[in-house]
Design a protein around this ligand. Sequence first.
Ligand SMILES: [Zn+2]
Length: 234
Amino acid sequence: MGRKDANQRTDHVLAAIRDAIIARRLRPGQRLRELELAELFGVSRTIIRAVLQQLATAGLVRIEANKGASVDLPSHDEIAGLFQARAIIEMGIVARLCSTTHPDLIQRLRAHIELEQSAIDASDYRQAIALLGEFHILLAQAAENESVNAFYRSLVLRTSLIVSAIEAPADSTCRTEEHSELLDLIEKGNVQAASMCVWNHLQEIQTSLRVAAEKGEQDYHPLQHLFLRESLAK
Ligand SMILES: [Zn+2]
């Protein structure tokens, strides 16, 4: 097998496992055994090892010395810490936005909310999660502080990854009506109510993720049923 061929196989297996995690066909905590995966995909264990390493770097897989690889399940403390960091930054951003008028921003975010709703109505889970997370990123961009933007963006992306990886319905995590309510409060310049809205919004997401994560820990699905047939046939 040539290097190009090996690279193609690695890319294919990587995409198949990553998609299975994102689409929740593989649950957090699910063991990923090298030998089983190598047989399942008809590739060497070296390729599987390389793929698992890449997924670990992306934060989707956890590799432990004696236990091997499993779909990464963030601990409750990690989830709580992530949301606390988001709340602290986002309350500051919102307070800043309340102090000046931003008609263009409000208009842009209202249009974004319509996209969120369309994705939810169409049951487009991946698109909905991406758009719901992007709302917060757009909000942070309006604060026009590059350091804050970059840091906040990484926090939101990590959250979206967790939402995707855990059995959590998109519309029970970030609610579009709460995004709408937040924009109304920013428009009115009501700092206190807008900050509370952000805090409650993020607390609610954290709670539903926690509930979903606990449910995910209890479930078990045999590996062979979790990959789509067409992704194996390629
Ligand atoms: Zn939200």
